[in-house]
Design a protein around this ligand. Structure first.
Ligand SMILES: Cc1cc2nc3c(=O)[nH]c(=O)nc-3n(C[C@H](O)[C@H](O)[C@H](O)COP(=O)(O)OP(=O)(O)OC[C@H]3O[C@@H](n4cnc5c(N)ncnc54)[C@H](O)[C@@H]3O)c2cc1C
Length: 445
């Protein structure tokens, strides 16, 4: 084993925490600096009306294998943290309240689950079902040589219109936080492949039974501290001070500290500030400056009594609402979270008008919708990077021009052989954190 290194991790989001866990597991001394008072970054808990909720509703699925692996490392009981539900895409029409699409995948081994799921879809004719199976399989498995938009890709595939409009396009917007006409076909194909060309349980929904901060950040913190690591919140790293091709020290709350190795796990804009004018970082600074961002808004609605949904997650089409989530499993059966991804009309509406429109849409879908007690809109302006065609060219790698400085975070490109990267997701953040730590360890060897 290499000599014990003193390692600083800057940023306590899911990527930084995953890197810290991996390094602690290998016996290194880790100090994690987080500028905010809490850990979790873009996936953290908040308190609203005495309830522990999330800064934004998140969706996790069985394909999040690195997340499950990280949770095992820190001895978390995954069966208690999540309720695992077979995949169902129930899409409702906001105006008529009718079901627009209902794809339920049975618990058969892949790809039989998709085959039987599609064959049982009520809104398609037999001809459409067979066409869909054939063409979706081709779509999934034909290499995209030159990246194009998802809209173009889907229109070339000649899938049934209702399948694209009512299912694949809303899924693209949710998975890539980018509208289909702007989104990368390669990135979307990669997400679909990792979900469908995989064991059947990869399509399952993982519904947290608690708030996000308690799914990973709090447990990771406990593990890091137990392994002798240190976590400093309210500690903003102000500057990286380099000498030659190394970072000599870092400036935190006006205190200078030195470390053998440093991992920068901050979001891209914060990374760019710290890397500005650092020697050897010109290319990665240029890449970061080309990234564009998309917002995600979550509207929490607190009702006077419980509001059970037919499935814990509903898709909504033909309206302003996009996805509606029940919060029953995390302890609040009278709260719904309505999610809006990327730019859209919702951002231009006064909040009262948005709440009224969403309430009316839900009233069309859910019978006897109770009175609303309170509502809260949370918008994260830079929730994700925009996942446009050829996005991976604008994503920096783990290695920087400085010997003892590495990068991790959902925006960092970690694949090999030009394989497409994941969009901005928790799974992407965790994979990058673990991979960055492993690369650091292998360099030490
Ligand atoms: C509203 C919303 C909804 C989302 N929905 C989903 C979803 O459904 N499914 C999914 O998989 N993903 C979703 N995502 C994306 C997911 O949350 C992110 O990809 C992931 O959290 C990014 O983690 P990270 O560690 O890379 O970055 P961050 O979470 O941004 O962590 C970086 C940390 O660095 C800290 N920091 C910044 N500057 C400094 C400094 N100078 N010194 C010290 N610390 C600093 C920040 O405070 C932050 O805690 C969503 C994101 C948002 C915002």
């Amino acid at each position: 084993m290499p000599s014990k290194q003193n390692i600083a991790i800057i940023g306590g989001g899911w990527a930084g925490l995953a890197a810290a866990v991996e390094l602690c597991k290998h016996g290194h001394k880790v100090t994690l600096f987080e500028s905010a008072p809490h850990l979790g970054g873009r996936a953290r808990s908040i308190e609203w009306n005495g309830m522990a909720l999330d800064n934004g509703q998140h969706l996790m699925i069985g394909a999040y294998q690195k997340m499950l692996e990280c949770l095992k490392t820190i001895d978390a009981d995954v069966t208690k943290l999540f309720k695992q539900l077979p995949h169902r895409m129930l899409m409702m029409d906001a105006q008529t309240g009718n079901t627009a699409f209902d794809l339920q995948l049975p618990t058969y081994p892949a790809p039989l689950h998709l085959l039987f799921g599609v064959l049982n879809t009520p809104s398609l004719s037999i001809k459409e079902k067979l066409l869909l199976l054939l063409r979706f399989n081709r779509l999934l498995n034909t290499e995209i040589k030159t990246d194009i938009s998802v809209s173009e890709w889907l229109s070339q595939a000649k899938l049934p219109v209702s399948y694209c409009k009512n299912l694949l396009e809303p899924v693209c917007l949710a998975a890539l936080t980018t509208h289909p006409h702007q989104a990368s076909a390669k990135a979307f194909q990669n997400v679909l492949q990792q979900t469908f060309n995989a064991p059947a349980n990869f399509t399952d929904l993982l519904i947290p039974t608690t708030d996000l901060g308690r799914v990973f950040p709090a447990l990771a913190k406990e593990y890091i501290l137990k392994q002798g690591g240190e976590i400093r919140t309210r500690s903003k790293v102000q500057q990286l001070q380099s000498e030659g091709s190394r970072i000599k020290s870092i400036l935190i709350n006006n205190e200078t500290m030195s470390f053998d190795q440093i991992i920068l796990a901050t979001p891209p804009v914060a990374s760019a500030k710290l890397l500005h004018k650092q020697p050897g970082c010109e290319k990665l600074n240029a890449q970061i400056s080309r990234l564009e961002y998309e917002p995600v808004s979550t509207l929490y609605l607190h009702f006077e009594r419980p509001v059970p949904l037919p499935y814990p997650m509903l898709g909504v089409i033909n309206g302003i609402s996009e996805w509606v989530f029940e919060r029953t499993l995390s302890g609040h059966n009278d709260v719904l979270a309505v999610v809006f991804s990327a730019q859209g009309k919702h951002l231009k509406m006064p909040v009262d008008e948005l709440v009224e429109t969403v309430y009316n849409e839900l009233g069309n879908i859910i019978e006897n919708l109770p009175e609303l007690l309170h509502s809260q809109l949370i918008t994260e302006k830079r929730a994700t990077f925009q996942c446009h065609p050829d996005i991976d060219k604008d994503r920096p790698n783990i290695n920087t021009g400085l010997n003892n400085l590495k990068l991790c975070g959902d925006y960092v490109y970690i694949e090999e052989n030009n394989q497409p990267g994941l969009p901005s997701t928790l799974e992407g953040a965790l994979r990058s954190g673990v991979k960055c730590a492993q690369l650091l360890l292998s360099n030490l060897n």
